[in-house]
Design a protein. Structure first.
Length: 358
């Protein structure tokens, strides 16, 4: 998967810029505040419908304008025609998605055509923050690995919304039975796919971790989102009174978590920030390499502020892995020179006050 052309309009401090990236490594360099991260943020918004930095979309629109637009020509596989993707976000309006000029598409449809992995300074939250990020991490891999996950996830979210509505109006208990059965069935299927994916990922993940953190032992396990001694239906049906009191559905695969431990202790509790950065880097990398091995496809890696993330040795390990997996890579850095491992064909983009020069 490659971006052949990227057009950014009124996003952050970028008024209008078009670039044609290299299919391999792309280095975006410039002074602090010049807009380097904005380029990666724009790509991530195109791929995910949100900023990886967590900002509300209103803060992403260039001052003095009412909307931003991002377009890209994507080559998903060799010998296939390009796919034209676009997103537009106008103040007070929902996200507008275009796929080959067709409007009204869902975010899940957009994600099907572009996948990115992001390594950035706040990335340690994958380990230190709540379960939402770790669940999304797993679901990223499941989404691209199993074609039926998209519909399962969509159906589960619809059923969950309906059950929560019944909880809020304190509906009669008999009305919950069909929704409990449906949610339990979908929850079991989704968690089964997550577990299958995790088992497939572990060999690759452990291999990369040996390069980054060779002296530490890690374990990864899936918390299903309901008690181990209960099946998903019982977790809903037997605790309906609790959910009626809370006003929302407490148990289910929407509350699953990836438990990450180092020597039997939660990694978030004992690892240094530097070690956490390396752990997250290994987690992101391993997903990309597994995607290539299993699907003969690749994701796009976005690496923000490389020097703040990794020491020189770790940078070399990272670059070697990226070269091996043959992914398209976008790296931001203050200087144009970052590693001897990066291919000589890498493309340089200098950015100055929101203007990109190639």
């Amino acid at each position: 998967m490659k971006i052949n052309r990227l057009l950014i309009s009124n996003f952050r401090n970028i008024s209008l810029s078009e670039i044609k990236p290299d299919p391999g490594f792309n280095i975006i360099y410039g002074a602090n505040g010049s807009g380097k991260t904005s380029v990666l943020e724009a790509i991530s918004y195109l791929a995910l419908g949100r900023s990886f930095r967590g900002f509300n979309y209103n803060y992403l629109i260039k001052r003095g304008f009412n909307a931003f637009e991002i377009f890209a020509s994507i080559l998903e596989h060799k010998d296939e025609p390009e796919v034209q993707l676009g997103v537009k976000r106008q103040k007070g309006q929902d996200l507008e998605i275009l796929i080959n000029a067709d409007k009204g598409k869902r975010l899940l449809d957009l994600i099907s055509h572009i996948c990115v992995q992001i390594i950035h300074p706040q990335g340690v939250e994958l380990v230190t923050a709540g379960p939402d990020l770790r669940r999304s991490y797993l679901d990223w891999g499941v989404f691209y690995q199993y074609s039926d996950f998209k519909k399962l996830y969509y159906d589960y979210r619809k059923a969950l919304i309906q059950r929560n509505r019944l909880l809020k109006i304190q509906a009669p208990k008999a009305q919950f039975l069909p929704w409990d059965k449906l949610l339990a069935e979908l929850s079991f299927k989704i968690n089964s796919l997550r577990e299958d994916y995790l088992q497939a990922l572990l060999p690759e993940l452990n291999r990369v971790l040996k390069d980054f953190l060779p002296s530490l032992e890690f374990s990864f396990s899936l918390n299903l989102g309901y008690p181990k001694d209960l099946d998903p239906f019982s977790a809903l049906h037997d605790f309906l009174d609790r959910d009626l009191t809370l006003g929302f559905t407490y148990s289910g695969c929407h509350r699953a978590d990836l438990k990450i431990k180092t020597s039997g202790v939660l990694s978030s509790s004992i690892l240094s920030r530097g070690q956490l950065k390396l752990l997250v880097c290994a987690m992101r990398l391993s997903q990309g390499t597994l995607l290539r091995k299993n699907n003969n496809s690749s994701c796009i890696f976005l690496i923000d502020d490389l020097n703040s993330e990794l020491d020189v040795k770790s940078q070399e390990v990272l670059m070697n892995e990226l070269v091996e997996c043959e992914s398209q890579v976008f790296i931001t850095n203050i200087q144009d020179k970052i590693s001897n491992t990066i291919p000589a064909s890498s493309k340089l983009f200098k950015i100055d006050d929101g203007v990109i020069y190639s």
